[in-house]
Write a protein that binds this ligand. Structure first.
Ligand code: AMP
Length: 476
């Protein structure tokens, strides 16, 4: 008996899985598949990249195999609701892969696409429907679809749905399905509003968790690079010289577009994906990146969750994310499917608060690296090598209260942030004890040629740091 067959899956499905190179179930699959087959409601904490799509799709396909009833026009047997169009397409592709040998009718219904084709598909009746909340509600309101016969509802990436304000729509949608349904809710993090939604919509659910709440995958090497905002672009340019598949996250759509323009001007090909791009453009960019035709993707948090691109080796937080959960999701784009990955965060003094919030959430003091522009030479700096392992130092509970709460998206630099920045950024040049002794008494640099960043900083730091609105405008 194969490991998947032991979970209750038929030969037909397990053979298809073997063909895809799935030899044994991942931990989330081990837990979710049998529970779903037994008909339980499930609340699952699972990070992206854990194989959670197969965990809920395989039982759906298994049930279809057993139940040969034809799909009813304008109805769907199973409904998978996801926050973004990209994720919907990805799940649809996965159902296609896992269900290659199982007869099923399915559709992917998302915004940004024309209605007539979607209406035609809904008219035919569906076994599995993958949809985003907005367009789904449109079809429900217009009578193109009814959930009166829906037996299973999957709510995937619930935390992103919460962030995007989809919970009222989710409540309205789910309540249109019969009470005697199976409901599965999956999320990478489980804050209180999600627990509350689960309590409202699920019936006596089984809890499933494959990783501790909100902790980033351990395989990701993480580091913070301190730099003023104007230094970020040239730093990035140098960091990208070693071309490998990189996702760069910016805070705003405008910031993403500006960065693409800057990189293109410097001869570096990059494309952006964000909410102002048409759905087709978003999908084209993502496909080119996935196929390896492009190596650099610049994204807002719209692409931070759920998207599965196996070999992203570096994630750059060009702006420190303003909500700590977004950090967890962003860095989760790397180190997928058992691979290693690195995440670097470029932090300006005024972004310190957000950094503190992240460290508090992930319970790790992120190592700070002194990568200063002008000091990075191609031979010495390779982001693939230069990063230190995260120091698993618990974050001190005695932090000042003022950093405790999440808050506004932008704030101006405070004097204390600048002092922290200058102090932390001061390079620590560690020399062997013998050499330190021998050099004692000599002049400050011991007659040696230091790199710029190694020179002792003048008291008070840079007297003329670029300030003011122009600087903020250029780099938002
Ligand atoms: P997901 O978390 O569903 O986005 O899946 C992450 C990646 O893991 C995808 O590339 C899947 O193809 C892959 N995957 C899922 N289940 C397995 C498995 N049992 N064995 C090997 N790879 C898997």
């Amino acid at each position: 008996m194969t490991p998947f067959a032991k979970l209750g899956l038929s030969n037909q499905l397990t053979k298809t899985l073997e063909k895809s190179g799935y030899n044994k179930p991942t931990p989330i699959q081990l837990q979710v598949i049998p529970l779903m087959l037994q008909g339980y409601d499930i609340v699952g904490i699972a990070q992206t990249g854990t194989g959670k799509t197969a965990a809920f799709v395989l039982p759906l396909l298994e049930r279809l195999k057993a139940n040969q009833n034809k799909a009813i026009p304008k109805h769907c047997g199973a409904l998978i609701i996801v926050p973004t169009r990209e994720l919907a397409k990805q799940i649809d592709d996965n159902i296609d892969k896992y269900g290659a040998s199982t007869y099923h009718q399915r559709a992917c219904i998302v915004g940004g696409m024309k209605y007539p084709r979607q209406i035609k598909r809904l008219n035919q009746g569906l076994d599995i429907l993958v949809a985003t909340p907005g367009r789904l509600e449109d079809h429900l309101k217009s009578g193109n679809l009814s959930l009166a016969k829906t037996e299973t509802i999957i709510l995937d990436e619930a935390d992103q749905m919460l962030d995007l304000g989809f919970f009222p729509a989710i409540r309205r949608i789910v309540k249109q399905a019969p009470k005697a349904r199976q409901t599965v809710l999956l999320s990478a993090t489980m804050p209180k509003p999600i627990r509350a939604l689960a309590a409202e919509l699920l019936d006596n659910p089984r809890d499933v968790a494959v990783t501790p709440q909100s902790t980033p995958v351990e395989r990701i090497e993480q580091a913070v690079m301190l730099m003023d905002k104007p230094e970020k672009r040239p730093f990035l340019l140098q960091a990208l010289k070693n071309q490998f598949r990189t996702i760069i996250f910016t805070r705003t759509k405008h910031g993403a577009d500006q960065l693409v323009k800057y990189l293109l001007k410097q001869g570096v090909t990059a494309s952006a994906i964000h909410g102002n791009k048409s759905q087709n453009a978003r999908q084209r960019t993502l496909d080119a990146f996935r196929k390896g035709e492009e190596h650099i993707l610049i994204a807002t948090d719209i692409a931070a969750r759920g998207i599965d691109i196996p070999d992203v080796s570096l994630v750059v937080n060009y702006d420190v994310p303003t909500t700590p959960e977004a950090y967890v999701h962003r860095i989760g784009r790397t180190a997928r499917a058992g691979r290693d990955g690195r995440a670097i965060t470029l932090c300006a003094p005024e972004e310190r608060k957000h950094l503190c919030d992240i460290e508090r959430l992930i319970k790790i003091k992120l190592p700070i690296e002194n990568a200063q522009v002008g000091e990075i030479d191609e031979n010495a700096y390779n982001p693939m090598k230069a990063l230190a392992k995260p120091v698993a130092k618990p974050v001190s509970k005695s932090r000042p209260k003022k950093h405790r709460k999440g808050g506004s998206t932008e704030r101006t630099e405070k004097k204390s942030d600048r002092e922290w920045f200058d102090k932390k950024r001061k390079p620590k040049v560690r020399k062997p004890a013998g050499r330190r002794k021998a050099e004692a008494g000599k002049n400050s640099n011991g007659g040696q040629q230091h790199k710029r960043g190694d020179q002792p900083r003048k008291k008070g730091g840079n007297k003329n740091p670029p300030r003011g609105p122009a600087r903020n405008r250029a780099h938002d």
